[in-house]
Design a protein around this ligand. Sequence first.
Ligand code: CA
Length: 224
Amino acid sequence: MRILVVEDEKKTASFVRKALQAEGFAVDVCHGGDEALAAAAATPFDVLVLDIMLPGRDGLSVLRQLRERQNRTPVLLLSARGEVNERVEGLNMGADDYLPKPFDLVELVARVRALTRRTADNKSTVLRVADLTLDTLTRQARRGGADIELTAREYRLLEFLMRSAGRLCGRMMILEKVWDYGFDPGTNLVDVYIKRLREKIDADFEPKLLQTVRGMGYLLKEPS
Ligand code: CA
């Protein structure tokens, strides 16, 4: 986990760097806004600790530039006493958290750690049930090392079933979540799609993962 600390007060920057390093983070320090933008463009950081008041380009301007460049790195803003408007503006611009000065280093470390956990969660985009995987970024399904081609609707159905793995999914619930229907169209739509999906993910593989619970719905799970 790599953290960028942007703080022009050298003493504060040094304290923060040491506290984060003591917790096992790799830490880079910048003392100015332009320097911070250059560093963030060159290196993927897991969290930015960004002081609002900086000489030249200030922290809010850095944040705005980052988000305009589609950089979604979690940002913890540091704000001086009284910078309430700046703090609110920062949150509106996509900062993830803020800490007013003076702050306790223990609290800063805890907030940074919470933000790194969020990054880790966002990075895990692959759903898995037994040897069936579904990458929700690339929308690629795989089983037993083979790519499985899905239509858009089949993808939505499989994603829903995998996110609900181990839980019974009724037909009505599937219609709502996969087709956005708030009513039962009185067709066998769901059953037809389940059959197609089953041919793709289960027919050539063992064990069978997509189970029918007669009269109730469907269940995707690894048989125990
Ligand atoms: Ca400052």
